[in-house]
Design a protein around this ligand. Structure first.
Ligand SMILES: O=C(O)CCC(=O)C(=O)O
Length: 289
């Protein structure tokens, strides 16, 4: 679903928005099916939580970085309406994906409650600009229904935090809890927020609940003090070769792949990159070679 201008305006005005039923049904269903190649189905987990000690190690233990072993997950970060929303929010086409995480949480594995914080702390070396230049757009794509029982993200509208200095990026536990909004929404919904917004993870409010989400973050290219992940560092991970082969030139570009017309491309690189990515269509890059 195309994110409306009104929803994008909400991101600027209050710092966040929730777009219900953002993913089309087929993409959502395929991504949900692919989840179980990486994480136990909730029925399996809750039948024997001790069999899955991984999830008890920390709040972040169920988090995996891009790429994933399934194209049905790897294609979510480049979902056309997501890229369109990023271009329109950031008012730029020279943008990149700077972080992708897939996060599985299971009730009872650990307490997922957090204090309010702003995400810029590990998304930039400095702080967000108040005028919105080079804003970072952070998102959650919900892959399971999130009700009040399912540990929804809690966010505080910017109007409530205008007087809260950017540093420290985290507040004392309990602060602003009376001002927060719960990002509850059905599976397939999209939450967009900015890195200057106070928000927090919350704990499950009932047993045998679970929450699955993919977090995809975009920024305008060219400010090296902003960012989080290095895609070349992930290039040999399972799923990356297939993902690169299946992406369009525009989608690859979001991961820093040399664009059409780049002087990276010559007869040698076309031949050797084809060997590294068997079956890739490099013809769009061959234009001026
Ligand atoms: O999982 C969530 O809902 C939010 C988590 C979060 O804000 C964080 O870990 O920085």
């Amino acid at each position: 679903m195309r994110v409306s201008d009104a929803k994008l305006a909400e991101v600027w005005d209050q710092g966040f928005t929730v777009v219900e039923n953002f993913l089309d049904a087929d993409t959502l269903r395929a991504a949900q099916a692919a989840l179980w190649t990486m994480h136990p189905r909730p029925e399996a987990y809750f039948a024997d939580p001790d069999a899955y000690p991984r999830y008890a190690k920390s709040q972040f233990a169920g988090l995996d970085l891009f790429p994933y072993p399934a194209w049905d997950l790897n294609r979510l970060p480049v979902y056309p309406d997501l890229v369109d929303a990023a271009e329109r929010l950031l008012n730029a086409t020279d943008i990149e994906i700077y972080k992708v995480e897939l996060w599985a949480k299971y009730a009872g594995a650990i307490n997922y409650d957090q204090a309010h914080h702003r995400d810029y702390g590990n998304h930039t070396l400095v702080v967000p600009r108040a005028d919105g230049r080079h804003t970072q757009m952070t998102t959650f794509i919900l892959l399971s229904d999130v009700t009040e029982l399912d540990g929804p993200t809690k966010l505080v509208p910017l109007a409530e935090t205008r007087d809260v200095p950017l540093t420290p990026s985290q507040l004392k536990y309990g602060a602003l809890f009376d001002k927060e909004f719960s990002a509850t929404a059905p599976a397939g919904s999209l939450m967009i927020y900015k890195t200057d917004v106070m928000h927090r993870g919350s704990n499950f409010a009932a047993p045998e609940r679970s929450r699955f989400a993919m977090l995809v973050d975009f920024q305008e290219r060219g400010w090296p003090w902003n960012g989080k992940m290095s895609w070349p560092d992930r290039a040999q991970r399972t799923g990356m070769v297939e993902a690169i082969i299946r992406m369009t030139p525009r989608e690859r570009d979001l991961f820093g792949w040399p664009p059409i017309g780049s002087d990276y491309w010559d007869a040698q690189t076309l031949a050797d990159v084809a060997l590294r990515y068997p079956g890739i269509d490099l013809s769009p890059y061959a234009g001026n070679v």
